[in-house]
Design a protein. Structure first.
Ligand SMILES: Cc1ncc(COP(=O)(O)O)c(C=O)c1O
Length: 359
Protein backbone atom coordinates (compact mmCIF):
# COMPACT_ATOMS: atom_id res chain seq x y z
CA UNK A 1 0.00 0.00 0.00
CA UNK A 2 2.93 2.35 0.74
CA UNK A 3 6.06 2.39 -1.39
CA UNK A 4 7.92 5.28 0.10
CA UNK A 5 6.78 5.35 3.74
CA UNK A 6 8.88 3.39 6.23
CA UNK A 7 7.22 2.67 9.55
CA UNK A 8 9.70 2.09 12.38
CA UNK A 9 9.12 -0.69 14.95
CA UNK A 10 9.09 2.07 17.62
CA UNK A 11 6.17 3.75 15.81
CA UNK A 12 4.22 0.47 15.74
CA UNK A 13 4.90 0.05 19.47
CA UNK A 14 3.74 3.63 20.17
CA UNK A 15 0.48 2.99 18.29
CA UNK A 16 -0.08 -0.28 20.20
CA UNK A 17 0.36 1.46 23.55
CA UNK A 18 -1.92 4.41 22.79
CA UNK A 19 -5.60 4.62 23.72
CA UNK A 20 -7.95 6.79 21.71
CA UNK A 21 -9.06 9.82 23.73
CA UNK A 22 -12.51 9.45 25.30
CA UNK A 23 -15.25 12.00 25.96
CA UNK A 24 -15.57 15.53 24.59
CA UNK A 25 -12.72 16.36 22.20
CA UNK A 26 -11.29 19.82 21.79
CA UNK A 27 -9.46 20.96 18.65
CA UNK A 28 -5.79 20.07 18.20
CA UNK A 29 -4.88 19.24 21.81
CA UNK A 30 -4.35 15.47 21.91
CA UNK A 31 -1.99 14.20 19.22
CA UNK A 32 -1.73 10.67 17.81
CA UNK A 33 1.40 8.90 19.12
CA UNK A 34 3.33 8.99 15.83
CA UNK A 35 4.55 11.58 13.35
CA UNK A 36 5.94 11.47 9.83
CA UNK A 37 9.23 13.07 8.91
CA UNK A 38 11.38 13.61 5.82
CA UNK A 39 14.43 15.84 5.44
CA UNK A 40 15.50 17.75 2.34
CA UNK A 41 19.21 18.33 1.78
CA UNK A 42 21.52 18.74 -1.23
CA UNK A 43 18.53 19.13 -3.54
CA UNK A 44 16.93 15.82 -2.55
CA UNK A 45 14.29 14.43 -0.24
CA UNK A 46 15.54 11.72 2.11
CA UNK A 47 13.54 8.78 3.51
CA UNK A 48 9.93 9.27 4.59
CA UNK A 49 9.56 7.75 8.05
CA UNK A 50 6.88 7.25 10.66
CA UNK A 51 8.42 7.56 14.12
CA UNK A 52 7.02 8.03 17.65
CA UNK A 53 5.59 11.50 18.31
CA UNK A 54 7.95 13.70 20.28
CA UNK A 55 9.95 16.91 20.52
CA UNK A 56 12.39 17.92 17.79
CA UNK A 57 15.70 19.43 18.67
CA UNK A 58 16.89 22.50 16.73
CA UNK A 59 20.12 24.48 16.80
CA UNK A 60 19.41 28.07 17.92
CA UNK A 61 20.57 29.37 14.51
CA UNK A 62 18.01 27.27 12.62
CA UNK A 63 16.63 29.63 9.99
CA UNK A 64 12.93 29.07 10.63
CA UNK A 65 13.34 30.45 14.17
CA UNK A 66 14.59 33.77 12.80
CA UNK A 67 13.13 34.29 9.35
CA UNK A 68 9.93 32.25 9.45
CA UNK A 69 10.51 30.20 6.30
CA UNK A 70 7.64 27.82 7.06
CA UNK A 71 4.43 26.56 5.47
CA UNK A 72 1.61 24.27 6.54
CA UNK A 73 -1.69 22.68 5.55
CA UNK A 74 -4.82 21.65 7.43
CA UNK A 75 -6.94 18.69 6.39
CA UNK A 76 -9.19 16.08 7.98
CA UNK A 77 -9.70 12.31 8.11
CA UNK A 78 -13.29 11.15 8.75
CA UNK A 79 -14.68 7.90 10.12
CA UNK A 80 -18.31 8.29 11.10
CA UNK A 81 -21.30 5.96 10.71
CA UNK A 82 -19.09 2.87 10.45
CA UNK A 83 -17.51 4.22 7.24
CA UNK A 84 -14.09 5.55 6.30
CA UNK A 85 -11.46 6.55 6.88
CA UNK A 86 -11.86 9.21 4.21
CA UNK A 87 -9.82 12.25 3.26
CA UNK A 88 -11.52 15.20 1.57
CA UNK A 89 -9.89 16.54 -1.62
CA UNK A 90 -6.32 15.82 -0.42
CA UNK A 91 -4.88 16.67 -3.84
CA UNK A 92 -6.05 20.26 -3.26
CA UNK A 93 -4.01 20.43 -0.06
CA UNK A 94 -1.04 18.97 -1.93
CA UNK A 95 -1.34 21.59 -4.69
CA UNK A 96 -1.70 24.44 -2.20
CA UNK A 97 1.23 23.15 -0.15
CA UNK A 98 3.50 23.38 -3.17
CA UNK A 99 2.02 26.75 -4.14
CA UNK A 100 2.96 27.99 -0.64
CA UNK A 101 6.39 26.36 -0.96
CA UNK A 102 7.12 28.22 -4.21
CA UNK A 103 5.94 31.54 -2.75
CA UNK A 104 8.20 31.09 0.28
CA UNK A 105 11.27 30.11 -1.76
CA UNK A 106 11.13 26.51 -0.56
CA UNK A 107 11.49 23.24 -2.49
CA UNK A 108 8.29 21.52 -3.59
CA UNK A 109 7.42 18.13 -2.14
CA UNK A 110 6.80 15.24 -4.53
CA UNK A 111 3.19 14.04 -4.69
CA UNK A 112 3.93 10.52 -3.42
CA UNK A 113 5.81 11.94 -0.42
CA UNK A 114 2.88 14.19 0.57
CA UNK A 115 0.16 11.62 -0.13
CA UNK A 116 1.89 8.68 1.56
CA UNK A 117 2.51 10.87 4.59
CA UNK A 118 -1.12 12.01 5.01
CA UNK A 119 -2.56 8.63 4.05
CA UNK A 120 0.01 6.84 6.23
CA UNK A 121 -0.89 8.70 9.40
CA UNK A 122 -4.62 8.29 8.63
CA UNK A 123 -4.22 4.61 7.93
CA UNK A 124 -2.01 3.62 10.86
CA UNK A 125 -4.02 5.82 13.26
CA UNK A 126 -7.45 4.88 11.91
CA UNK A 127 -8.50 3.51 15.31
CA UNK A 128 -7.97 6.95 16.83
CA UNK A 129 -10.22 8.79 14.38
CA UNK A 130 -13.29 9.85 16.34
CA UNK A 131 -16.55 8.34 15.11
CA UNK A 132 -19.11 10.97 16.17
CA UNK A 133 -20.44 13.31 13.50
CA UNK A 134 -18.61 16.64 13.55
CA UNK A 135 -15.42 15.07 14.93
CA UNK A 136 -12.44 14.00 12.86
CA UNK A 137 -8.71 13.47 12.69
CA UNK A 138 -7.21 16.91 12.04
CA UNK A 139 -4.07 16.38 9.95
CA UNK A 140 -1.31 18.98 9.87
CA UNK A 141 1.41 18.65 7.19
CA UNK A 142 4.13 21.30 7.54
CA UNK A 143 7.61 22.16 6.32
CA UNK A 144 10.25 24.47 7.73
CA UNK A 145 13.79 25.67 7.06
CA UNK A 146 16.30 23.68 9.12
CA UNK A 147 19.57 25.09 7.80
CA UNK A 148 21.76 26.37 10.64
CA UNK A 149 23.00 29.79 9.68
CA UNK A 150 21.97 33.36 10.51
CA UNK A 151 22.27 34.73 6.94
CA UNK A 152 18.99 35.91 5.40
CA UNK A 153 18.86 33.53 2.48
CA UNK A 154 16.51 30.75 1.43
CA UNK A 155 17.59 27.64 3.31
CA UNK A 156 18.97 24.60 1.51
CA UNK A 157 17.73 22.23 4.21
CA UNK A 158 14.10 21.59 5.10
CA UNK A 159 12.09 19.29 7.28
CA UNK A 160 8.67 18.05 6.14
CA UNK A 161 6.45 16.62 8.83
CA UNK A 162 2.89 15.41 9.38
CA UNK A 163 1.22 15.26 12.79
CA UNK A 164 -2.45 14.59 13.57
CA UNK A 165 -4.98 15.21 16.31
CA UNK A 166 -8.31 13.50 17.05
CA UNK A 167 -10.39 16.66 17.26
CA UNK A 168 -13.79 18.09 18.02
CA UNK A 169 -15.25 21.37 16.79
CA UNK A 170 -12.78 24.19 16.11
CA UNK A 171 -15.31 26.80 17.12
CA UNK A 172 -17.78 25.66 19.75
CA UNK A 173 -20.04 28.74 19.49
CA UNK A 174 -23.15 28.37 17.29
CA UNK A 175 -22.45 31.76 15.73
CA UNK A 176 -19.89 34.55 16.02
CA UNK A 177 -19.58 38.31 16.32
CA UNK A 178 -17.06 39.73 13.88
CA UNK A 179 -14.99 42.88 14.18
CA UNK A 180 -14.45 44.84 10.97
CA UNK A 181 -10.70 45.44 11.15
CA UNK A 182 -9.85 48.97 10.03
CA UNK A 183 -6.48 49.46 11.72
CA UNK A 184 -4.30 46.42 11.06
CA UNK A 185 -3.57 44.66 7.76
CA UNK A 186 -3.31 40.88 7.30
CA UNK A 187 -2.00 40.86 3.74
CA UNK A 188 -1.38 43.19 0.84
CA UNK A 189 -0.91 42.94 -2.95
CA UNK A 190 2.31 41.14 -3.79
CA UNK A 191 2.61 39.80 -0.23
CA UNK A 192 2.12 36.30 1.12
CA UNK A 193 -1.60 36.36 1.98
CA UNK A 194 -2.46 33.57 -0.46
CA UNK A 195 0.26 31.26 0.92
CA UNK A 196 -0.31 29.23 4.07
CA UNK A 197 2.72 30.48 5.98
CA UNK A 198 3.08 31.18 9.69
CA UNK A 199 3.84 34.90 9.35
CA UNK A 200 0.33 35.66 8.08
CA UNK A 201 -1.09 34.18 11.25
CA UNK A 202 1.50 35.71 13.60
CA UNK A 203 0.70 39.13 12.14
CA UNK A 204 -3.01 38.67 12.84
CA UNK A 205 -2.73 37.76 16.53
CA UNK A 206 -2.61 41.24 18.06
CA UNK A 207 -5.75 42.19 16.14
CA UNK A 208 -7.39 39.00 17.45
CA UNK A 209 -6.48 39.87 21.05
CA UNK A 210 -7.91 43.37 20.67
CA UNK A 211 -11.04 42.07 18.93
CA UNK A 212 -11.61 39.54 21.73
CA UNK A 213 -11.17 42.24 24.39
CA UNK A 214 -13.84 44.28 22.65
CA UNK A 215 -16.25 41.31 22.73
CA UNK A 216 -15.75 39.93 19.20
CA UNK A 217 -14.85 36.36 18.25
CA UNK A 218 -13.18 37.01 14.90
CA UNK A 219 -11.53 39.69 12.76
CA UNK A 220 -12.82 40.48 9.28
CA UNK A 221 -9.84 41.59 7.18
CA UNK A 222 -10.22 44.27 4.56
CA UNK A 223 -7.87 44.86 1.64
CA UNK A 224 -4.52 46.27 2.74
CA UNK A 225 -4.46 49.24 0.35
CA UNK A 226 -7.85 50.93 0.77
CA UNK A 227 -9.42 49.15 3.80
CA UNK A 228 -12.53 49.10 1.68
CA UNK A 229 -12.97 45.60 0.27
CA UNK A 230 -13.72 42.44 2.23
CA UNK A 231 -11.00 39.79 2.03
CA UNK A 232 -11.38 37.01 4.63
CA UNK A 233 -11.04 36.08 8.29
CA UNK A 234 -7.78 35.01 9.94
CA UNK A 235 -8.34 31.32 9.24
CA UNK A 236 -11.52 31.23 7.17
CA UNK A 237 -13.10 32.55 3.98
CA UNK A 238 -16.22 34.72 3.85
CA UNK A 239 -19.70 34.40 2.31
CA UNK A 240 -22.85 36.55 2.52
CA UNK A 241 -26.36 35.86 1.24
CA UNK A 242 -27.58 39.10 -0.31
CA UNK A 243 -30.63 39.68 -2.53
CA UNK A 244 -31.05 35.90 -2.70
CA UNK A 245 -27.54 35.38 -4.09
CA UNK A 246 -24.50 33.93 -2.40
CA UNK A 247 -21.55 36.36 -2.56
CA UNK A 248 -17.92 35.67 -1.77
CA UNK A 249 -14.90 37.92 -2.40
CA UNK A 250 -13.14 37.16 -5.66
CA UNK A 251 -9.72 35.59 -5.02
CA UNK A 252 -6.61 37.73 -5.27
CA UNK A 253 -3.06 37.38 -4.00
CA UNK A 254 -3.98 38.45 -0.48
CA UNK A 255 -6.76 35.89 0.06
CA UNK A 256 -6.16 32.20 0.78
CA UNK A 257 -7.78 30.00 -1.86
CA UNK A 258 -9.83 27.91 0.57
CA UNK A 259 -10.77 24.35 -0.33
CA UNK A 260 -13.98 24.71 1.70
CA UNK A 261 -14.77 27.95 -0.17
CA UNK A 262 -14.20 26.26 -3.50
CA UNK A 263 -16.36 23.26 -2.49
CA UNK A 264 -19.16 25.51 -1.19
CA UNK A 265 -19.30 27.43 -4.47
CA UNK A 266 -19.97 24.15 -6.28
CA UNK A 267 -22.39 22.74 -3.68
CA UNK A 268 -24.37 26.01 -3.46
CA UNK A 269 -24.82 25.95 -7.25
CA UNK A 270 -26.00 22.33 -6.96
CA UNK A 271 -28.50 23.50 -4.30
CA UNK A 272 -29.87 25.97 -6.85
CA UNK A 273 -28.20 29.14 -5.52
CA UNK A 274 -26.69 31.83 -7.70
CA UNK A 275 -23.08 32.34 -6.62
CA UNK A 276 -21.29 35.63 -7.24
CA UNK A 277 -17.49 35.87 -6.88
CA UNK A 278 -16.80 39.56 -6.96
CA UNK A 279 -14.96 42.37 -5.22
CA UNK A 280 -17.16 43.10 -2.14
CA UNK A 281 -17.15 46.54 -0.56
CA UNK A 282 -17.66 46.49 3.19
CA UNK A 283 -19.91 49.60 3.02
CA UNK A 284 -22.09 47.90 0.40
CA UNK A 285 -22.52 44.86 2.66
CA UNK A 286 -23.34 46.95 5.75
CA UNK A 287 -25.93 48.92 3.76
CA UNK A 288 -27.45 45.63 2.56
CA UNK A 289 -27.70 44.47 6.19
CA UNK A 290 -29.40 47.74 7.16
CA UNK A 291 -31.81 47.37 4.22
CA UNK A 292 -32.64 43.78 5.18
CA UNK A 293 -31.30 42.52 1.83
CA UNK A 294 -28.43 40.62 3.45
CA UNK A 295 -30.08 37.88 5.45
CA UNK A 296 -27.06 35.71 6.31
CA UNK A 297 -23.29 35.75 6.44
CA UNK A 298 -20.94 32.94 7.37
CA UNK A 299 -17.30 31.96 7.43
CA UNK A 300 -15.87 28.64 6.30
CA UNK A 301 -12.74 26.54 6.48
CA UNK A 302 -11.55 22.97 6.98
CA UNK A 303 -11.32 23.20 10.77
CA UNK A 304 -14.60 24.99 11.47
CA UNK A 305 -16.55 23.94 8.31
CA UNK A 306 -19.33 26.60 8.29
CA UNK A 307 -19.96 29.09 11.11
CA UNK A 308 -22.76 31.67 10.87
CA UNK A 309 -22.00 35.31 11.65
CA UNK A 310 -24.59 36.98 13.91
CA UNK A 311 -23.19 40.46 14.00
CA UNK A 312 -20.56 42.80 12.55
CA UNK A 313 -19.19 45.66 14.62
CA UNK A 314 -16.36 48.13 15.07
CA UNK A 315 -14.53 49.76 17.93
CA UNK A 316 -16.76 52.85 17.80
CA UNK A 317 -19.65 50.71 19.03
CA UNK A 318 -21.45 50.53 15.66
CA UNK A 319 -23.34 47.26 15.12
CA UNK A 320 -24.87 45.55 12.12
CA UNK A 321 -26.99 42.62 13.24
CA UNK A 322 -28.09 39.84 10.92
CA UNK A 323 -31.61 38.48 11.21
CA UNK A 324 -30.58 34.80 10.93
CA UNK A 325 -28.12 33.44 13.47
CA UNK A 326 -28.40 30.03 11.95
CA UNK A 327 -29.95 30.78 8.61
CA UNK A 328 -31.25 28.23 6.13
CA UNK A 329 -28.51 28.84 3.54
CA UNK A 330 -25.56 28.32 5.92
CA UNK A 331 -27.39 25.37 7.46
CA UNK A 332 -28.10 23.57 4.17
CA UNK A 333 -24.57 24.17 2.90
CA UNK A 334 -23.04 22.85 6.11
CA UNK A 335 -25.27 19.78 6.12
CA UNK A 336 -24.42 19.03 2.49
CA UNK A 337 -20.69 19.51 2.94
CA UNK A 338 -20.48 17.49 6.15
CA UNK A 339 -22.74 14.80 4.70
CA UNK A 340 -20.32 14.45 1.78
CA UNK A 341 -17.17 14.52 3.93
CA UNK A 342 -18.57 11.89 6.29
CA UNK A 343 -19.64 9.65 3.39
CA UNK A 344 -23.42 10.01 3.96
CA UNK A 345 -24.19 11.74 0.65
CA UNK A 346 -23.40 10.77 -2.92
CA UNK A 347 -19.95 12.00 -3.92
CA UNK A 348 -20.51 12.94 -7.53
CA UNK A 349 -17.26 14.91 -7.87
CA UNK A 350 -14.93 12.23 -6.49
CA UNK A 351 -13.89 14.52 -3.63
CA UNK A 352 -13.94 11.82 -0.95
CA UNK A 353 -10.83 9.65 -1.00
CA UNK A 354 -10.99 6.36 0.92
CA UNK A 355 -7.85 5.35 2.81
CA UNK A 356 -7.04 1.67 3.37
CA UNK A 357 -6.39 0.80 6.97
CA UNK A 358 -3.38 -1.17 8.23
CA UNK A 359 -3.83 -3.72 11.00
C1 LIG B 1 -6.33 32.48 6.12
C2 LIG B 1 -7.22 31.33 5.80
N1 LIG B 1 -8.25 31.54 4.97
C3 LIG B 1 -9.10 30.55 4.63
C4 LIG B 1 -8.94 29.27 5.11
C5 LIG B 1 -9.87 28.17 4.69
O1 LIG B 1 -9.20 27.27 3.85
P1 LIG B 1 -9.64 25.75 3.75
O2 LIG B 1 -11.09 25.78 3.42
O3 LIG B 1 -8.82 25.18 2.68
O4 LIG B 1 -9.40 25.15 5.08
C6 LIG B 1 -7.87 29.01 5.99
C7 LIG B 1 -7.66 27.66 6.53
O5 LIG B 1 -6.91 26.92 6.01
C8 LIG B 1 -6.98 30.06 6.33
O6 LIG B 1 -5.96 29.83 7.15
Amino acid sequence: MFNRLKVTPEAIEAIKNFSAPQGELVFGKVMVPVMIVSDFDNGEWGPLEMIPYGPISLDPTTKVLHYGQEIFEGMKGYRTGGKGPFLFRPEQNFNRFNFSARRMGMPEVPEDLFMEAVKGITSYCADFIPKRSGESLYIRPFMFATEEHLGIKPAGKMKFMVIASPSGAYISADYVKVKIEKQYTRACPGGTGNAKTGGNYAGSLLAAVEANKAGFHQTLWLDGLHKKYIEELSGMNFFAFVDNKLYTPKLNDSILDGITRNSIIQLAKDLGKTVVEEVMEIDWLLQKINDGACTEAFMCGTAAIVVPIAEFGDLSGNKWVLPNNNGPVAFSIKETLLGLQEGRLEDKYGWVVPVETVH
